[in-house]
Design a protein around this ligand. Structure first.
Ligand code: SF4
Length: 179
């Protein structure tokens, strides 16, 4: 991977986008990285079609509905190496806090009990929520886990740099859960 640019795709599933904000927090290092990698699909760029073959896929957030699952499966299918980025992706974290409750109770709480104007549960044009939120590896195989909420920009830079240099990153050296 050291001679030619690596291709990178990113997506956020059930997450807050904070992990992607941390990615942007690499600041001026992004300019250096742009010499060594191409972001070919991401909420951060205009391209909205996942290429057939991508070197590195990065997923933020957990798998909470059928659209998340489809996205994760597509990334697994098209990305040679898949990174689970952030605590929501690695453990379920915040989205999984609903897991002890029945789905009906969660929907009632969000759309009826706490709403004054036209309380109703939306049913049209939305992904189907799963009863249980799962981390990425609960549904597809993951190659590299990068914990943190969000992982620090330094940790993301370390991981990408190791991959660019053809090495296997050990994120536990630079980040931890909740970091
Ligand atoms: S790990 Fe933290 S920052 Fe990242 S998506 Fe989850 S809540 Fe947001």
């Amino acid at each position: 991977m050291s001679e030619k640019k690596i291709t990178v795709a990113t997506a956020w599933l059930d997450g807050c986008s904070g992990c992607h904000m941390s990615f942007l927090d690499m600041d001026e290092r992004l300019v250096d990285l742009a010499q060594k990698l191409d972001i070919v699909y991401s909420p951060l760029v205009d391209t909205k079609v996942l290429p057939e073959q991508v070197d590195v896929g990065i997923l933020e957030g957990s798998i909470s509905n059928d659209a998340d699952l489809h996205h994760a499966q597509e990334f697994r299918k098209h990305c040679k190496l898949l990174i689970s980025l952030g605590d929501c992706a690695v453990t379920g974290n915040v989205p999984a806090m609903r897991n002890p409750f029945k789905l009906e109770a969660v929907l009632d709480r969000a759309f009826r009990e706490t709403v004054d104007l036209q309380p109703q549960i939306p049913t049209v044009g939305l992904p189907t929520l799963f009863r249980q939120v799962r981390p990425i590896h609960g549904c597809v195989e993951v190659d590299v886990y990068v914990p943190g909420c969000p992982p620090h920009a330094d940790a993301i830079f370390y991981v990408l740099n190791e991959l660019i240099e053809g090495r296997t990153p050990d994120p536990n050296l630079v980040t931890r859960f909740g970091a």
